[in-house]
Design a protein around this ligand. Structure first.
Ligand SMILES: CC(C)(COP(=O)(O)OP(=O)(O)OC[C@H]1O[C@@H](n2cnc3c(N)ncnc32)[C@H](O)[C@@H]1OP(=O)(O)O)[C@@H](O)C(=O)NCCC(=O)NCCS
Length: 246
């Protein structure tokens, strides 16, 4: 299956978390909005989470006509890791690979960093906001041990206390994604995120990647400032819609 084609499937992780039958559609387009709705009706899906390209206004409007609500806008940036030299890291806080004993501290950092984060779950008033926070805390925690979620996790270790983490995952042998990053509020604004990005790029190069990609909410200005300064360029963008069927 091409990563550039439309897919729709039941999401067991969302269904368990929200306690309603949930499906996810990727790269929905105007020719398959009806198909997605039909899939949900015939499979008793209550919540559909659907993503489409921001350049596809026809699909956006088709979804609006069918009662989908916009929940977030994601922007993706990419960097060729060999075109220009990687910047030097001038950070003061040591960064190292995660160890199994760090998982709970990583979870705690995610809990503090992602409280009230403006993702598509938090934007949906029907979803419990405490449970929305736990999307990120459990994702961070599980990334420390699951190779399905992360190929590497880096942590910032400030004299034995973990104050930040970064999860990295290969999209393909050539492309590494910086997936989930969090810095605890006490350590924010000191360049730690920049350090994580540089360490992530170094890890990518050491593991033969040609390109690194990153993704965030369009209003997450802090990270986009860092990416621009490190040579990342805008790549593409997506809207996330939710449709409730009950
Ligand atoms: C986004 C985040 C990772 C930034 O971490 P950080 O270590 O503070 O980032 P840096 O110190 O490298 O700073 C990056 C830029 O953001 C700014 N910034 C950092 N924290 C900020 C805050 N709380 N309010 C406003 N600006 C902030 C910094 O000032 C800097 O910009 P500047 O150089 O123009 O001053 C951190 O705030 C965080 O964990 N946020 C919640 C989770 C998240 O958004 N993760 C990233 C997407 S997965």
């Amino acid at each position: 299956m091409s990563p550039h084609s439309y897919t729709i499937s039941h999401s067991s992780i969302d269904s368990e978390r929200w306690e309603v039958s949930t499906a996810r559609a990727k790269l929905i387009n105007s020719t398959n909005v009806d198909n997605a709705i039909e899939f949900c009706r015939s499979n008793d899906v209550t919540l559909l989470i659907a993503r489409c390209s921001t350049s596809d206004m026809k699909t956006v409007q088709a979804m609006e006509k069918n009662g989908f609500f916009l929940m977030d806008t994601l922007v993706n940036y990419a960097r060729d890791l060999h075109k220009t030299p990687l910047p030097e890291d001038s950070g003061q806080i040591p960064i190292r690979p995660v160890q199994s004993r760090d998982s709970e501290q990583v979870q705690q950092v995610a809990c503090e960093a992602f409280k009230g984060y403006s993702g598509h779950y938090h934007a949906d008033e029907r979803l419990d906001s405490l449970e929305c926070n736990s999307v990120y805390t459990s994702w961070a925690y599980n990334s420390c041990s699951s190779k399905e979620l992360a190929d590497e996790v880096l942590v910032a270790d400030l004299e034995g206390k973990i104050v930040g983490f970064a999860t990295l995952k290969f999209n393909s042998t050539e492309e590494l994604a910086g997936v989930l990053f969090g810095v605890s509020p006490e350590a924010q604004g000191r360049g730690l995120y920049r350090s994580f990005m540089i360490h992530g790029m170094q890890w990518a190069v050491a593991n033969n990647a040609q390109q690194m990609t990153v993704s965030t909410q369009i209003d997450n200005i802090s990270v986009q400032k860092v990416w621009s300064r490190l040579g990342f360029e805008p790549h593409n963008s997506f809207y996330t819609f939710h449709k409730w069927f009950d």
